[in-house]
Design a protein around this ligand. Sequence first.
Ligand SMILES: Cc1cc2nc3c(=O)[nH]c(=O)nc-3n(C[C@H](O)[C@H](O)[C@H](O)COP(=O)(O)OP(=O)(O)OC[C@H]3O[C@@H](n4cnc5c(N)ncnc54)[C@H](O)[C@@H]3O)c2cc1C
Length: 286
Amino acid sequence: MTAKNHAGERISQRSAVTVDASGFSRHVGVRTGMGKAFHRYGFGAEYDMYAPYYPQDELYLIMGSRFAPRGYAWAFPHGDGRVRLGVGVIHPDCDDDARIYLDSIIRDVPQLTEKFKDASPIEFHTGLFPSEGPLERFSRDGLLLAGDAGGHGSTLVGEGIRFAIYSGQMAGSVAAEAVKAGNTSAAFLGRFDKQWRARFGRDMDISYMINKRIANYSDEKWDDALDLMKRLTPSQMAQALRGDFSTGLVMGVLARNPGLIATSGKKFLDMMLERINTPAVQMVER
Ligand SMILES: Cc1cc2nc3c(=O)[nH]c(=O)nc-3n(C[C@H](O)[C@H](O)[C@H](O)COP(=O)(O)OP(=O)(O)OC[C@H]3O[C@@H](n4cnc5c(N)ncnc54)[C@H](O)[C@@H]3O)c2cc1C
């Protein structure tokens, strides 16, 4: 590998196993044919605000064409009067610029105007988040892809930090085992794929199924979806947002929304159940 150090000097490093954790750029993976550059992605723009009147126990998810076409906007408090306020839109499902929507949210979402009184931005972040689901393989001879580089984040709500940490830990452990065993072949490193799929494969596949479906929602469809969500218990809603899918959750959603049985929503829940009940090994050997 060649890299630049903190002073911009080029350095070369030989390693038995390399972990590409370069995020959205998937720098090594793309150059070694482990996957193409991402084609579908969330384009996010976010302020970290000091907002003294924002209630720290409230978070907002804002959907609809006016503030977040093909995506959603968020207000996530994180202590000490700070709130992250952002918008993410999915490309190429649309070609909108998330930055354009950001300022209008504070100004024009009536529920937020008072809460952001006297607020001021401290940081501004923009970035891209892969929205294609995981790669088919994350390992080859001497190379592993972890975090966003492997498409390991949840496409449900564009959550990647927790999953980058988990997959980085998993990749590090497998790399260490391979070095100890003196075997850094694709066959040995394939343990990483198996472990990751066993732990996350089902939930990430379902998250991606949902992402593709809701990215096309019209405003009317979002109103219907909100009616459905309002009938969920807080813990069901939290479980769904965490992307922690189980038969119990799907049955619970149906029990609270019996009207779904007569709609296309039921067909979708059936597809989810089918995926939930497919063993991880079967999915690996596709
Ligand atoms: C606006 C926005 C808001 C987000 N909010 C949340 C959130 O609230 N919660 C959440 O869970 N996720 C959030 N995400 C997603 C989350 O940021 C990512 O999923 C997560 O950071 C992925 O971690 P990673 O380590 O895989 O990649 P990254 O965090 O992208 O880290 C990759 C690192 O590799 C470096 N790098 C890349 N190429 C090279 C190279 N050639 N040489 C040297 N270094 C290189 C980069 O500079 C970077 O430091 C958000 C994303 C965006 C864009």
